[in-house]
Write a new protein. Sequence first.
Length: 309
Amino acid sequence: MSLTDKRRFLQTQVLEMDRLRVLSADDPFTSIALDKRRELLAQELAIAPASPAAARTVLFFAGRPVYGSEGIDAHFASKILDPFLEMVKTQYSAQKHGRVGARGPRRDENEARLLLTGLPRGSFGLELSQPQPEDFVAAEQLSDTLVRLTEIIASAAENDERFAFSLEKVSPRIVPRLREFLDVAAHHEAYLKMQSGDLSVELPPERLREALGRVGAVRSTERVLEDVVGVFRGATLDSWRFDFSLENGTLISGRISEELSDADVAAMIPLTTRNAVARLHETILITRDGIPHSRFELLGLRSADQLVK
């Protein structure tokens, strides 16, 4: 039984006890039993977790694709939604599991499924949400995903520094879809207002074009680094993250590969604060200002004593 169904069942049962109590007012033994049953149900209802708040974002549009308060061009709406929904699935999976491959299926992407639940008026809005979520953790993470995507869109229209900072918080795989999303909006000379949680951003056509130029300039490359020598600073099974200090003193952090098991990571723990040799996957994003931004994934670790001279 889902959280919503359980709370609804308990609420119904409490009301039913009240109804039966009135009907059995002349029977003291039945009344006592009903009072006791109602008390137990009320206690269970009091501690039953409420359903988590629905993850929700609204994309408001004005400009050429919108016809007053009548509606929005259906072709535009379909083209703008596809890259946005793909970004949501990618970022959700990346936040939950770490690095997402450049292509192919994303783990648990079905948990990031959104529905078109409203068409708010004003300009013309497309409300996307996940009504009646049952998983607290997944709902909270999806809400955070929507806020992060709103932030990256806002930062792309702001300046290189803020964009680079926001880019550190999202999966590199969203960049092509972000470019596509902005390209559709800019090509149709749309005005975009986006709201997710408490974060809201408004981008007129000229700022959309600026954002598109900044995102379009991003280049990426990937490589595997073998025999990286340094000091292992630790790993955690809960967050699936690691810290590693290079020989030059630079501290790098990142995700542990999903290909590694709990036992693999547990075997790394004794190497904490010791000289070690890491095998790393590095993803490098180069923004318009030419500054590279690296992401690291730990593929393997061994003691420096095992390094072949």
